[in-house]
Design a protein around this ligand. Sequence first.
Ligand SMILES: Nc1ncnc2c1ncn2[C@@H]1O[C@H](COP(=O)(O)OP(=O)(O)OP(=O)(O)O)[C@@H](O)[C@H]1O
Ligand SMILES: [Mg+2]
Length: 145
Amino acid sequence: MDWAYQSSFSIEGGNFENAGKASIEIKKILKNLKISDEILRRTAIVVYESELNIISYADQGVINLSVTGDKILISVDDVGPGIEDIELAMQEGYSTATDRIREMGFGAGMGLLNIKNCSDELQIFSEVNKGTHLSIIINRMERES
Ligand SMILES: Nc1ncnc2c1ncn2[C@@H]1O[C@H](COP(=O)(O)OP(=O)(O)OP(=O)(O)O)[C@@H](O)[C@H]1O
Ligand SMILES: [Mg+2]
């Protein structure tokens, strides 16, 4: 099967009122496409953590979702401060979240790790003072567990 579905979501930095909206939208789309619950769950986590990071740290961003017969591709691009040390940022518990972000219940330093654990492939590119790009693949074939 080589059909493909594609859509893009714009995310505004600093706008916590919209937190989670893209991931809710994407869940609906994937349900309509009859994507299995486990793949839907992993995709929703990846999108949720990505949108929260744009809202928390960047000026603006775009999340692009593509679905093919065998893969879900999520690409995330933002304009913002970038990540100086990606390895450090990936570490469990590492966070530069401000008090304001922490008061809203975010900033545990788990987001990027969560994205990694839910992805089959993850690439992160970032340039300081320019922005961050994430490229994520989730295979639609269930993982053997
Ligand atoms: N898009 C981004 N732009 C700039 N910095 C980022 C971006 N995403 C993550 N970071 C940096 O990496 C750190 C770790 O991100 P991660 O998502 O793992 O945790 P968090 O956002 O701090 O907390 P949590 O996701 O658990 O609420 C952030 O605190 C921030 O310093
Ligand atoms: Mg985060």
